[in-house]
Design a protein around this ligand. Sequence first.
Ligand SMILES: [Zn+2]
Length: 275
Amino acid sequence: MASIQLQGKIFLKGTIKAQTGLHIGGNSGELDIGGIDNPIIRNAFNRQPYIPGSSVRGKMRGLLDRYFNKPLEKRVGRDVRVHECQTPAEYNNCPICQVFGVAPQGALRGKTMPTRVIVRDTFLTQESLDALDKADTDTDFTEIKTEVAIDRITSAATPRQQERVPAGATFGPFQIVHSLYTQTENGKRPPLQDELQFFDTLLTGIELLEDDYLGGSGSRGSGQVAFENLTMTFKSRGCYENADMAPIPIAEDVDIKTLRQSDYTAKILQTISNQ
Ligand SMILES: [Zn+2]
């Protein structure tokens, strides 16, 4: 009989800086007459733009699918295909489905681990809200970028507009929570070192995202983001058992490259073996 145990949670925090204008599409259903034709997503309460965790998560997963050369066998809607493992043999060797999760259906029913990563929504920092307020932008906290679509044959031009959070805006703190699990089967369990490899997959996803784009119109300049001032802490089982025990600091104020090169794996393994 297999059993799954939580060994602790890694918390990654920091800021997401829009290096170029950022367009994460909103619901065009809320479009007013005379409004712009391509609005961004906003918090319904205060109308402030934010970065949905699902956008970051989905983009990282898509980039990792291509990085690991995974087949895109699952259809989502009419035009979108994504990767999701179908058999336990595939799943057991797939870092993407292990990190981001799969639907436990068909042959995978009862054979999967819980989803390891959670990406929370991230809001504009107070500093950026104040700066955008002062800047007197086209609309609340955003700019309207007008692009011209040119007919390749007749050269007729059609202007189109897109709403963006201006370059330089900073969102934060963002929070990504990654759970470390061990599965014991017939008295045996794989080394924790292997489990920590899944966290490195997540860091690879962040690095790929920095070199790609978030939201729409990436090939036309939008959506370059940087994950900055990264801080990593580890909350072991002991922290949940003993309220006086604080999470262990693992890295502070680093960029993604520096974090990947650091000895975070050794520090976490040490913390787990000490308890
Ligand atoms: Zn997979």
